[in-house]
Design a protein around this ligand. Structure first.
Ligand SMILES: NC(=O)c1ccc[n+]([C@@H]2O[C@H](COP(=O)([O-])OP(=O)(O)OC[C@H]3O[C@@H](n4cnc5c(N)ncnc54)[C@H](O)[C@@H]3O)[C@@H](O)[C@H]2O)c1
Length: 251
C-alpha cells in the first residue's frame, strides 16, 4: 500500500455528492486528478476551486452513457497525465421506475452509466496498469449489488453487473498486481441521489459523504498484493483510518 501523494487518480461522477468529497480529499492529500462528470458547470467550478488550492486537476466533461465519448474522455485524461495509479468509477444515476412504466431507452441509459461505465473505465486504464506493474480499480457499489429493491429496474442489475465484472477482472488483474474491488458506502449519505429517493427510515444514521472519503484515498493506494476481488465498506474503512491516525499521534 502506498500513499497517494503525487499519484494520478481518475475519478468519475466527481461534480457533486460522494464523488465531490472524494475529489476534495484526494486533492488535499496531493493526488493529481482527472475528474469526469456530465455536469459541466459544477465540475468546472469544483476544478477551479481545487486548482486555486494548488491541486493538479483536469476536468473532463462527458456523458458516460455514451460509449465513444467515454473512451475519448479517458484518452484525454491519459494524454494529459499518463497512466493513473487508480481509477474510481463512482458515477451512477438512480431512477425508481416500475417495470410497467420504464421505457427501454431510459432503462438502458441508467444501466450503461453503471455497467458500461465500469467496463470502459477499467478498459481505459488496464494496459497502462499492466505496463506499470499494478494499480487500483475501484467501482462504487451499493446494497443494490446484493439484493433486489422496489422499482430499481436498472440500478439493481447495474450494481450486480458491476460486482460481477469486479470479480472477473480481479482474477485477470492479480498476476499483474492490479487490484479490482468494489466499495459500498456503509452508511446512508447525504447526497443529491439520496435526497431523491431516501425515505425517513432510510435517513436514520445519515452522514455527510466527507466521512467516507478517506476510505477511497486508502483504496487508491493499494494493489492486488494487499486485496483484490473484495467488497469494502467506505464508512468502516474511513473510521478505522481515523483511529489508526489517533493511535499513531498518541504513540
Ligand atoms: N447516495 C446513497 O445513499 C448511495 C448508497 C449506495 C451507493 N451509492 C453510490 O455512490 C455513488 C455516488 O452516489 P451519490 O449519492 O454521490 O450520487 P449523486 O447523484 O449525488 O452523484 C452522482 C454523480 O455522478 C454524475 N453522473 C450522473 N450521470 C452521469 C453521466 N451520464 N456521466 C457522467 N457522470 C454522471 C452526476 O453528475 C453526479 O456528479 C454512486 O455510484 C451510487 O450508486 C450511493
Amino acid at each position: 500500500v502506498i500513499d497517494i501523494r503525487g499519484q494520478v487518480v481518475f475519478l468519475t461522477g466527481a461534480a457533486e455528492g460522494l464523488g465531490r468529497e472524494i475529489a476534495v480529499r484526494l486533492g488535499s492529500y496531493g493526488a493529481r486528478l482527472a475528474l469526469l462528470d456530465v455536469q459541466a458547470e459544477k465540475l468546472n467550478a469544483l476544478c477551479d476551486q481545487l486548482a486555486a488550492d494548488g491541486v493538479d486537476v483536469l476536468p473532463v466533461v462527458v456523458d458516460m452513457a455514451d460509449a465513444s465519448a467515454t473512451t475519448a474522455a479517458f484518452e484525454q485524461a491519459a494524454s494529459h497525465f499518463g497512466s493513473p495509479r487508480a481509477m474510481i468509477h463512482n458515477a451512477a444515476v438512480l431512477k425508481e421506475v416500475a417495470m410497467a412504466d420504464v421505457a427501454f431507452g431510459n432503462w438502458r441509459r441508467e444501466f450503461d452509466i453503471i455497467v458500461q461505465g465500469a467496463f470502459l473505465s477499467a478498459k481505459a486504464v488496464w494496459a497502462g496498469m499492466v505496463e506499470q506493474g499494478g494499480g487500483s480499480i475501484v467501482f462504487v457499489s451499493s446494497g443494490s449489488a446484493l439484493g433486489g429493491f422496489v422499482k430499481e429496474t436498472a440500478y439493481t442489475p447495474g450494481k450486480h453487473g458491476q460486482e460481477g465484472l469486479m470479480r472477473t477482472l480481479a482474477i485477470e488483474g492479480k498476476p499483474h498486481n492490479i487490484a479490482v474491488n468494489t466499495i459500498t458506502t456503509g452508511a446512508p449519505i447525504d447526497t443529491p441521489m439520496s435526497a431523491s429517493h431516501y425515505t425517513d427510515a432510510m435517513k436514520v444514521g445519515m452522514v455527510h459523504p466527507d466521512k467516507l472519503a478517506d476510505g477511497f484515498a486508502f483504496l487508491a493506494g493499494i494493489d492486488a498484493s494487499f486485496a483484490t476481488g473484495q467488497r469494502f465498506n467506505a464508512y468502516q474503512l474511513s473510521e478505522a483510518m481515523k483511529v489508526a491516525r489517533s493511535l499513531t499521534a498518541a504513540s
